[in-house]
Write a protein that binds this ligand. Structure first.
Ligand code: PMP
Length: 399
């Protein structure tokens, strides 16, 4: 019997039954996937019934070093003993800011916030304040701020008049824009996309438009820590989040001094300097410098991708780069694949992430995926749950 007990309780107290859109049962194969988890360690999660899964959803990309990484956990516990939100600025925020600057040489000033949404909203506000212009052009998903949500109807509760549109480079040349905000790489990491980013950089520079890279996902998932560092394309502002605190809530908006310190734009939060997340971020960044090699993770993730994409290339594949991708292909077969993987103890979702603890599991996972795809090819597998519905973020990206 499928266990609905926690879901039934959840819908009695939590609006829509879940806190994060893409964690709703409807986003996965409802009726087959577990609805509630209890804990995670390394690349594994356990559901409320104690069943273990190898997890490729990875907390939506947050757990780069794996769940409950011992060194990050230790840093959090140590700081928790000293209190989490102190009355004045802390030593730790200065140290952590200095560490971000070590990893991103073009960053001169930054602010810490909590979520990717915070960072993107702040970036847009700073851009308007610096440029004195209003219009924003956007591509990709940038969180749940009014303006970004206004781009996808019905946008309930969002005022209709927003100074934002979907990115069209020609428009940047015709009408003065405050900023362009893009996810530099969503799943297309081809040379063409990199060339397009260079063109975009030029178009922004020649029109006085600020270029904002939303690296909330790509940040810390690329060799040299970001798309901007790796390909040598400097945005005017960068947003970071997700993997930065290895699961703890922390984000960054950052840029050059003349932009970040231009005028008294107002962005401020009680919890911006909360020390447990700062301790997690400082430890995560230090480990990425000294112990965990993103280049090796890339080699390994690429090996996973090429093996997986060889299994049934015309029907189901992952499009993306070594540490992050999206499942593509026949939607029904994809749902069947997710279902069978889940039954075999593997959690896959629309977005695929590859973390350090997955490096040792490639052959096992590919072996299981190969068995499942073999079964799907016989045409005998039935869908036991519901077809997944596309979460909002995916709709924004696919438009
Ligand atoms: N930008 C990007 C590229 C994202 O993927 C997300 C989250 N999926 C956000 C911004 C918003 O981040 P958060 O959910 O932490 O508010």
């Amino acid at each position: 019997m499928y266990d609905w007990s926690w879901h039934k309780r959840a819908i009695e107290s939590i609006a829509h039954g879940a806190l994060t859109n893409s964690k709703r049962p409807e986003s996965l194969v409802k009726g087959v996937y577990p609805t509630h988890l209890k804990r995670g360690e390394g690349s594994y999660v356990w559901d409320v019934r104690g069943r273990r899964y190898t997890d490729y959803i990875c907390g939506l990309g947050a757990n780069l070093l794996g769940y409950a990484n011992p060194e990050v956990t230790e840093a959090i516990i140590k700081r928790a003993r000293d209190g989490a939100s102190l009355s004045l600025a802390t030593d730790l925020e200065v140290e952590t800011a200095e560490k971000v600057k070590e990893l991103f040489p073009y960053i001169e000033r930054l602010r810490f916030l909590k979520t990717g949404t915070d960072a993107c909203n702040a970036a847009v506000r700073i851009a308007r304040s610096v440029s004195g212009r209003q219009l924003i052009a956007s591509e990709g998903y940038h969180g749940w701020g009014d303006e970004f949500v206004s781009l996808s109807q019905p946008a309930l509760g969002v005022p209709p008049q927003q100074n934002i549109s979907k990115l069209d480079i020609n428009e940047i040349h015709k009408t003065p824009h405050a900023a362009v905000i893009v996810e530099p790489i969503i799943t297309d990491a081809t040379q063409d996309r990199i060339e397009w980013l260079r063109e975009l950089r030029k178009a922004c520079s020649s029109t006085g438009t600020l270029l904002i890279f939303d690296e909330v996902i790509t940040g810390f998932r690329y060799p040299k820590f970001s798309v901007s560092n790796y390909h040598g394309i400097e945005p005017d502002l960068i947003c970071l989040g997700k993997a930065m605190g290895n699961g703890m809530p922390i984000s960054v908006v950052a840029g050059k001094d003349k932009i970040m310190n231009c005028g008294e734009w107002f962005v401020s939060s009680t919890f911006a300097g909360e020390t447990l997340s700062l301790a997690a971020a400082l430890k995560t960044m230090t480990l990425l410098q000294k112990k965990y090699d993103l280049t090796k993770l890339w080699e390994s993730g690429n090996s996973f991708l090429s093996k997986f994409n060889g299994l049934w290339p015309e029907k189901i594949w992952i499009e993306g780069y070594a540490t992050r991708g999206a499942f593509r292909g026949d939607p029904f077969l994809r749902a069947l694949f997710f279902q069978e993987a889940c039954k075999a103890g593997y959690l896959f979702g629309p977005s695929w992430f590859f973390n350090f603890p997955h490096m040792d599991l490639i052959d096992n996972t590919i072996g299981i995926c190969s068995d499942i795809i073999g079964k799907l090819k016989t045409g005998s597998v039935q869908l036991e749950g519901e077809m997944p519905k596309s979460p909002f973020a995916q709709k924004m990206r696919e438009k």
